[in-house]
Every structure is written in C-alpha cells, then in structure tokens.
Design a protein around this ligand. Structure first.
Ligand code: 13P
Length: 341
C-alpha cells in the first residue's frame, strides 16, 4: 500500500469547490428513477443518460472531483466507442466504483439489514483498478424505528465497512466509508444525532481495529437531520450546527475528507445545509457533497430520455453542480437558484 498516493487521491476527492457525483444506482434503483420520468430502463438508455452527465463539460471540469460508477457502467463505452471511464478521466475527475452488493436481512434482528459483498472483493478490486477506478464505495444502512437500530446491526455493519476499507487500501483504492443512518422515519433531529453518534463511533473503532489508514479514506455520512415524517423539522442552522459538532467529536482530523450523501433531502436543502456548515468553519477536514438524487433529479427531469433534451439536461446538471460547488466553500446564496433550463 502506498499511503502517500492514497492520501493524494482522497484529498483530491474533497478539493475545495468540488464534490462527488454518485452515479452508482443499481439496476433496480435506476429503473425507479427512469420510471418517474417515463423512460424505459434499457442498457442503452442507462448508457446514454450517464454519458450525458459525464460529457457535461462545465460541471465535470469545474465542480466534480470524482464519479461513483456501478459495475455495468464502468465496463460501458460511450456511443462513439470511448470507454465512459475515459470520459471521466478526460474531464479531470476521478473514476470510482460501488463495490457492495446491496443489503440482506440481518438474522435475529427483525427489520434490520446488513450490507454484503466481501466475498471475492479482493479480486474484483484488482479488476476495477486496472479499469481505472481509484476509489470505491460501500454503503451500510441503519434504520431508525421503534427498538432499532440494535447494537448488533451497528456492529456487523461497521465490521463489514472496515473489512471492505482495509481490502480497498491493500488494492491501492481509496475507500469511501458510508454508514448511512436513514432519514425515512418520524424521529426528531436529536434521535438522529444519538444514533449517528453511535454509528460513527463504532465505525471508527472498527476501522482502527482493522488497521485502516485514516489518511487514505473518505467518510460519507448522513447529516444530523429530522426524520422526513417528523412534524417538527429542524432549521438549516440547527442541522448545520449539530452535524458539524458531532463530526468534530467523532471524526479524527487525520481523515482528509467528509462527503455527505443527500439521502432524500430536496436539491436546495442539501445545498443549503452544506453551505451553512462552511459558515461554521474552519473545519479540520475537507467537507463536501457526494450526492446522488440531489445532483441528478433536475437533469433527469430535463432530459426525460429524449436526445433533443441532452443540452437542457446538461445545463440542469451543471447548475446543481455549481450550486453545490459554491456550497462546499460557503459561498452559495438562495438568490443564485434561478432555473437553469
Ligand atoms: P443520495 O445522495 O441520493 O442519498 O445518494 C448518495 C449515495 O451514493 C447513496 O449511497
């Protein structure tokens, strides 16, 4: 393992003014997104859509530091035969790959999940590195509900995250460690805070036990936020303040960067929260976005599967990428949110 090189990649992934595009929807998830815009989820349509994003010159060269791909996409070529990975590299962004294989029910823990995919991961990482991937992602899912999460679910998921992270570093790939506490319930922000604290503490304990080099990883957490169905929604300032305070308590400064998931927040909320956190600086790590839905909802709607809408889709993507790029420096203002398309 070359830690200097891993650290260089991790630092570039969270460079000020830039963030990560999570375009690693599994076949099931992208089908749901396409259903919503009336597009059939064929291999060609998925390729055309992602090619549109990766060819968005302004977004990719100025505001996107890296792209998380799904297995199908990393092996796909653009219409003109150029590998999609090459398009990303040519734009100046770093290609990455989702390597977990989704979740399964956790035995003895009703309603809880464990992320799987460790079997043969070392061999898969080697192939992804040869194809150009320089970072990877593994997402653990922790749900909040009555009597959950259990310590069992938190432990097994943290253990798997650390196993994955160590295998990545051994393969010279920067692991994005993503322990996601879902925002789906009716819990309030303080309950999210309490669960996220337990999850982060357990995750870093496992990372240390398994000798993961913190200098060569990126953390992808949820924000500390009210559950979507909670009648009392915390303000932008409260989310920013509670999130930054918790991260400072749980995430060592040796970690080069933190890149949030959007988790179902609206586009503008996700941007406003990140921006507000930078108003609380200086911060000990890079702090940016690694959004899926909050970067792609607008371009998906503008594109709607039609070749004649590609320019509009790219404009919508570039607008969101620019807004989040500004937020990653605390320079965003809601007045900049005029319609892109
Ligand atoms: P969202 O921003 O849509 O939550 O997706 C980010 C991601 O990569 C989840 O694993």
């Amino acid at each position: 393992m070359n830690l200097t090189e891993l650290n260089k990649v991790a630092t570039a992934m969270v460079a000020s003014g830039k963030g990560i595009l999570a375009a690693d929807e599994s076949s099931g998830t992208i089908k749901k997104r396409f259903d919503a815009i009336g597009v059939e989820s064929t291999e060609d349509n998925r390729r055309d859509y992602r090619e549109m994003l990766f060819r968005s010159k302004e977004a990719m060269s100025q505001y996107i530091s890296g792209v998380i791909l799904y297995d199908e996409t990393i092996w796909q070529d653009a219409k003109d035969g150029t590998p999609l990975v090459k398009l990303i590299e040519q734009s100046g962004a770093i290609p990455g790959i989702k390597v977990d294989e989704g979740t399964q029910a956790l035995p003895m823990c009703p309603g809880e999940l464990v992320t799987v995919g460790l079997d043969r991961l070392a061999e898969r990482l080697k192939k992804y590195y040869e194809r150009g991937a320089r970072f990877a992602k593994w997402r653990a899912v922790i749900d909040i509900g009555s009597g959950i999460p259990s310590m069992t679910a938190i432990s097994v998921n943290a253990h798997a995250l650390a196993r994955y992270a160590a295998l990545c570093q051994a393969a010279q790939i920067v692991p994005i460690v993503e322990p996601e506490v879902l925002m789906d319930g009716d819990h309030d922000i303080d309950r999210c805070h309490e669960v996220t604290q337990r999850v982060l503490n357990k995750t870093f304990q496992e990372l240390r036990v398994q000798r993961v080099a913190l200098e060569g990883m990126v953390l992808k957490p949820n924000m500390v936020i009210s559950g979507k169905k909670c009648p009392k929604q915390a303000s932008v300032e409260e989310v920013a303040e509670k999130t930054v305070r918790l991260l400072k308590a749980c995430v060592p400064a040796a970690v080069p960067g933190i890149a949030f998931l959007s988790g179902g927040q609206s586009d503008e909320e996700a941007t406003a929260h990140l921006n507000a956190m930078h108003k609380l600086g200086p911060l000990p790590w890079g702090l940016t976005f690694s959004y899926g839905r909050a970067l792609q909802a607008a371009p998906q709607k503008a594109w709607a599967g039609k070749a004649e809408n590609v320019a509009a889709g790219q404009r919508a993507f570039s607008h969101r990428a620019r807004m989040n790029g500004l937020a990653s420096k605390g320079e965003w203002q809601s007045s900049l949110e005029q319609k892109a398309a």
